[in-house]
Ligand binder design. Structure first.
Ligand code: ADP
Ligand code: MG
Length: 726
């Protein structure tokens, strides 16, 4: 048996995968399954008494508090509906700070003491659960209080059924807090931040004369990128199995340089996967909309239609869970890591967002009359202020060991947070800054707020600056720095909170001006001018990938928090503490806990990667190289014995690379041994500066070896195989 037998077996298996049993029912009417497994408003309307339905609907649509007396009625209807669909268990689902999804399953079954049992689900169990909080990261919060944590039903996110061949589960989306109410999850601050933003947005809307103001919400449409790799390869790559990314692998002879993958024909096997995932998403009421190939081979994207941010965030997590499960059924692994393969594009998750409500629509929609335009400009200016003041927090919201490989790596925006407005909108603000007198090259005399109409911004020819982390795209902004593996809740929390501050500022300024007798449109004009003067430096329409931008951004005083270690301290700055406590999104203990958890997650991730690097280098790569070295040496010896001049070049080069590999392994050992001399953020910085470079050194040597060692000795599936055999 050759050393590469396992690898060859994996290739054979990947090539011969027959596909899963088709579960696409052709008799099924397209569209009929949408929302089939969701306890939606429509289902509730049919099943609940009118008064109860009204109360739940008010909670779902307007965020009003749910009448506790109705919980029993809702729970009972929910249970009946679920049991009709083969449900035996219910689960409170929440999103702990690991970034994963957690669920604790309980049966409806209640023994009644006479040897029989009934199926019960009460309002109390619907509304509240008590998972043990000690098993989830809490960053020190738990130590001060108690192990108990509570989950609480997020009424705005409907319950749904997760199907499994062995029984279905009723899932109840919840928040997760400690016994004393500190947030231990991503959902709690998302709801708090949304409420804070809504309060301030309402003030601005009132100033613009609206009286019928419905509950304001933030909307989010996340675009998810991912890789698909045949399972047989993943199973033979300990790095993919353990770290979700390849720690070794030479660049393939053919990569993405032909640009032949993006929007190309989707391979049949992948299309089958997409059909099945979308069907599963539709059943859960998740509006999957767009799908296509991405830039790298084996890379794809899915984008759902945008929804309320808290619902979008739940749906996003559910989408990732669904993708992983369905991929397995199709003999593939879905990789959500930000950089599974070095040298080709990584994966992001663009967070498209806007604000609005049912009566006033999308506030980032320019509208078609001067009055609407003025309101739109105030919201835009608020974003400019928010991003300029708190770019560090936006960077922080997407900080992770995985995303560090991607940000600024010529495929994703740099860690510097700037705003792209597009030529036309930038021009409008330019003119406002100049006092409304200047004539523009783009459009004349459009800057008198409340009088003139804006150009059609959705048709902006300047469009699509892919290099900007924060871009206006016609009726929304797109935050492009989020990583593919991350929850959209974290960036949405920051976006909502910094908008709350900026809208608060705008409302105060306008209030004061109007109170002093300034005409409203003039007050708006002055406000816009002030914001653009103070915060206009955050606007950058050029190439964010260029070196010049890094230099210029520094001159402009914009932060460049390159790594997670640089970004994490943003949790604890006086500005952050003031911001989050003022708007009731995080208290100081919660901020500190998130900082601690951020460090912990970073250290855990890199520790696993370092251990895997060492193990694979020692047990797979070095042995292959040594065997080949012996082969070459034997060859040289045999030739010499035979009196033939032997060429030792290959042997010498190989031996040098082996020595370099060994030196790397030794360096990593030393680096890992010195790790515990430091603690907290210092340990994280040490790991970044000592462990990661040592891992890089090992990899560089190993990848060189891959290119020279005889192929029949190489055990790890190659990049070529993993990315091109689907
Ligand atoms: P593009 O190619 O322009 O990025 P995509 O169709 O790939 O467009 O994705 C756009 C994403 O933006 C979708 O998820 C879409 O639902 C979302 N989106 C569109 N309008 C809004 C909006 N007003 N607010 C939030 N998200 C939006
Ligand atoms: Mg897109």
């Amino acid at each position: 048996m050759t050393a590469n037998a396992v690898r060859l077996g994996a290739i054979r298996e990947a090539r011969s995968f027959a596909g899963p049993a088709p579960f696409f029912d052709s008799a099924e009417q397209t569209g009929a399954i949408f929302g089939e497994n969701v306890f939606s408003l429509a289902v509730m309307q049919k099943r609940l008494p009118k008064s109860v339905f009204k109360s739940v609907a008010a909670t779902m649509q307007r965020g009003e508090k749910l009448d506790a007396a109705h919980a029993d009625v809702v729970a009972s209807a929910m249970k009946d509906w679920a049991m009709e669909r083969g449900v035996t268990h219910y689960a409170h689902v929440f999103y702990p700070l690991t970034g994963l999804t957690a669920e604790k399953h309980d049966s409806f079954l209640e023994p009644v003491g006479d040897g029989t049992a009934i199926w019960e689900f009460t309002g109390k169990t619907l509304i509240q659960g008590e998972p043990d909080a000690s098993s989830f990261p809490n960053g020190g919060i738990r130590a001060t209080f108690e192990a108990r944590g509570y989950t609480g039903w997020d009424v705005q996110s409907p319950a749904y059924i997760l199907e499994n061949p062995n029984g279905n589960t009723l899932c109840i989306p919840t928040i997760f807090v400690s016994m004393t109410g500190e947030a231990l999850d991503h959902k709690t601050p998302l709801l708090r931040s949304q409420a804070a933003m809504a309060d301030q947005a309402r003030r601005v809307l009132e100033l613009f004369g609206h009286s019928d103001i419905d509950n304001v919400v933030s909307y989010c449409g996340p675009e998810q990128e991912y890789f698909l790799v045949d399972s047989s390869f993943v199973n033979t790559r300990p790095d993919l199995l353990g770290a979700g990314r390849t720690l070794f692998g030479a660049k393939p002879p053919k990569g993405q340089e032909f640009d032949d993958h993006y929007f190309g024909a989707i391979p049949d096997r992948v299309l089958a996967f997409m059909h099945d995932t979308e069907r599963a998403l539709f059943k859960l009421g998740i509006p999957a909309k767009t799908r296509h190939n991405e830039v790298a081979p084996g890379q794809f994207e899915i984008a759902p239609v945008f929804e309320r941010a808290n619902l979008a965030s739940d749906h996003q997590q559910l989408l990732m869970t669904t993708f992983r499960a369905v991929a397995k059924q199709h003999g593939m692994e879905c990789l959500f890591h930000e950089k599974p393969f070095a040298g080709v594009n990584g994966s992001g998750k663009h967070v498209n967002f806007s604000f609005g409500n049912r009566n006033q629509g999308n506030f980032l929609n320019p509208g078609d009359n001067p009055h609407d335009n003025a309101q739109f400009l105030v919201f835009c200016a608020a974003i400019i202020r928010a991003v300029h003041l708190h770019g560090g927090l936006l960077r922080l919201s997407v900080a992770s060991a995985g995303n560090d490989h991607r940000l600024g790596a010529n495929e994703a925006p740099p860690a510097i947070i700037s705003i792209f407005l597009g030529d036309q909108l930038a021009d409008v603000f330019d003119q406002i800054a100049k006092g409304g007198e200047a004539t523009s090259s783009k459009q004349k005399g459009i800057v008198s707020v409340g009088v003139d109409t804006l150009p059609d911004l959705t048709k902006d020819p300047g469009d699509r600056n892919r290099t900007s982390p924060f871009a206006f795209t016609g009726n929304r902004f797109e935050f492009r720095a989020a990583g593919s593996n991350q929850t959209v809740a974290a960036p949405m929390v920051v976006i909502n909170t910094i908008m709350a501050e900026a809208l608060d500022f705008c409302a105060n300024e306008l209030d004061a001006a109007v109170a002093a007798g300034t005409e409203f449109n003039e007050a708006v004009q002055a406000l816009l001018k002030k914001i653009i003067e103070q915060h206009g430096t955050v606007i950058f329409n050029g190439n964010g990938y260029s070196d010049e931008w890094h230099a210029e951004a520094e001159q402009r005083g914009l932060k460049n928090l390159r790594t997670t270690v640089d970004a994490l301290p943003e949790y604890l700055t006086p500005e952050s503490k003031a911001l989050f406590t003022t708007y009731g999104v995080f208290n100081e203990a919660e901020l500190e806990s998130r900082y601690e958890i951020g460090i912990e997650q970073y250290l855990l991730t890199i520790n696993v990667e370092a251990n895997l690097t060492e193990e694979i280098a020692r047990t797979t790569i070095l042995p292959a190289a040594l065997r080949y070295q012996t082969e070459l040496a034997n060859n040289v010896a045999a030739l010499t014995t035979a009196g033939v001049a032997a060429d030792t070049t290959d042997l010498v080069t190989l031996s040098r690379t082996i020595a370099e590999l060994r030196a790397g392994i030794a360096e990593l050992g030393t680096a890992l041994a010195g790790k515990h001399d430091e603690e907290g953020i210092a340990e994280a910085a040490y790991v970044r500066d000592s462990v990661l470079p040592a891992m890089g050194r090992i990899r560089a040597a190993a990848d060189e070896l891959e290119a020279v060692v005889a192929d029949d000795l190489w055990a790890l599936p190659t990049y070529q195989e993993m990315m091109f055999i689907l």
